[in-house]
Design a protein around this ligand. Sequence first.
Ligand code: HEM
Length: 405
Amino acid sequence: MEKLGEKAEAVDNSDMPSFSIAKAWASDPDRLKFSADAYAENLSQCPVTRTPMPGAADVYHVFRAGDVTQVCQDWQSFPSGSEKPRFGQAVIPIEIDPPMHTQYRKLLNGLMSPRRLMGYEADAREFIEEGVAKLVAHGGGDVSQLCRELPLKAFCLLLGEEDTSILEINRKRREASPGLDDSSEEATQARKEQLAPVRAMVRRRVEAVLANPGDDLASEVAHGEIDGRKMTPEEAENMLTILYMAGTGTTTAGMQGTLLRLAMHQDAQEILRREPRKIAAAIEECLRLESPTAMMPRHCAKDTEVDGHVIPAGANVFPVFGAANVDPRAFPEPEKFDIDRKPRHFAFGNGIHQCVGAPLGRMQIRVLVESMFKLTANFTLDGVPQRNIWPHSGFSELKLLVTPV
Ligand code: HEM
């Protein structure tokens, strides 16, 4: 068997174009058409790019829906695990490959039960309706903060922790964090330090639930079994920390992006207010166009051909979910906002690492949309929203004008 990073033969990709996601995102001045514009050239002309990184392995970006699917499905050639984990230690399960990944996923899949989600939904609705009522009382305002708070609260509920303040502080610190495409030692160290306060909070919870088991998710993880043995406290801490890393900023961006798209499309709002059963599919269309997780890293374990180009062993590879989501080969008229599209999109990834928290993310977005429809007659954009630039998705400011019911 080939070892991770083993080269089959020398590959010369020196004439391949490079790609900067930060530049692509910044190139769209009003940033409302966003994804389709940012990725159009790569999708049509250079679907695989090679970007040299100072002091680190080359980064290859893969854009088309078919190629993103190939990279995500072929975890043997493109594993998520690496000898140099991006947060200093391998994050469970996102930086783990089978067979252990399968074991961790089995445990995690079972934790997002409909019963547990229903319990969270009541709390989420109360919190969001209160926030939307304040917005309505002011005739509108910036909704970006409301969208940041709910996912932090949801994480605390999962953890059985009441105080969200440390997470809010940490969210601000994370705004300076380097993107996952930077695999240098300094970037790894910075990410590790930024995560330290959350890890400490999670560690306290793991110690508490090991001493006094409860019925929250933290307790279930800490007392869970993996591969026929008891989970170690370190594994539990690691697995719970990823729920913060993977589940808060993404959901915030998903909530913000959904409000943006609905505010831009009064016709869609009218249909959804009349036919609420269509809300779930409309949210998927918003997620397709907004792609809160633009891309995620893989490593190339052996020279592998993608779209006629050989990606060499040892490279870092990014399937760009945001680009695949606007690939006309998979989504005809990709820039068109079509709430009847019912897309099988890439916003939650693809393959074995496909998002385990999707039901929780979707529930929070749905509760927000339902609350907006319940308490407003309509809502529109107020000015130009301030979209974040890679490595952050979502908006730093998203102002709406609302008409009360
Ligand atoms: C709209 C909200 C969300 C979006 C767009 C999103 C997106 C994604 C994507 C694209 C992946 C695949 C990563 C990869 O292929 O490397 C992923 C994985 C993951 N997500 Fe989410 N996510 C969301 C919400 C959540 C929530 C609420 C949680 C949990 C609280 C969560 C937990 C995870 C975990 C643990 C993984 C890793 C799964 C694995 O490695 O098997 N996500 N997510």
